[in-house]
Ligand binder design. Sequence first.
Ligand SMILES: Nc1ncnc2c1ncn2[C@@H]1O[C@H](COP(=O)(O)OP(=O)(O)O)[C@@H](O)[C@H]1O
Ligand SMILES: Cc1ncc(COP(=O)(O)O)c(N)n1
Length: 160
Amino acid sequence: MVATSGHRLLAPKAEAILKELLLPWATVLTPNIPEAEVLAEMKIKSLADMERAAEKIVALGPKAVLVKGGHRTEDATDILYDGKRFHYCKGRHIESTSTHGTGCSLSSAVAADLANGMTLADAVKEAKQYVFDGIAHAEPIGKGHGPIHHFYELYRKAGM
Ligand SMILES: Nc1ncnc2c1ncn2[C@@H]1O[C@H](COP(=O)(O)OP(=O)(O)O)[C@@H](O)[C@H]1O
Ligand SMILES: Cc1ncc(COP(=O)(O)O)c(N)n1
């Protein structure tokens, strides 16, 4: 809905349809902070605000929500809420321009891990580490924000 850059990726009408029709079917939703602000209709400045937004988003129908902290500067803590408890997925914030596609990579990794039979909490933990390694080992290519290193683990195993 809202890219890391702040760009709105969906028309307002489509946002309303997504919220009403698609969202109740989701196993897990992975909004970044600006997206969580739109969905929960509130400002998010702190971890406590991320928790409140998570509660409001789960009330819209999905089974769980991961409010991502990539926009935080003090750390990169994501908060997973399954309607019962909060799991803090703590992480260090890396100062980097190689953060394009972090959210898409994270949600794809979570989906793949769930398909492989992992629990949601384990899938999120593994996916977060995958994205962290991808940012930490990325080459700064192109102008502006570049991609993460999606294949870091394969390169490492191959001794590259
Ligand atoms: N600079 C960073 N350092 C460490 N982790 C980051 C950084 N930027 C994003 N992440 C992590 O990447 C994942 C995607 O988050 P985010 O960037 O908030 O999503 P989006 O790409 O949808 O804006 C989250 O797990 C977040 O914590
Ligand atoms: C067309 C399109 N789709 C998705 C993103 C999200 O990118 P990011 O993960 O950096 O927020 C984007 N910037 N543009």
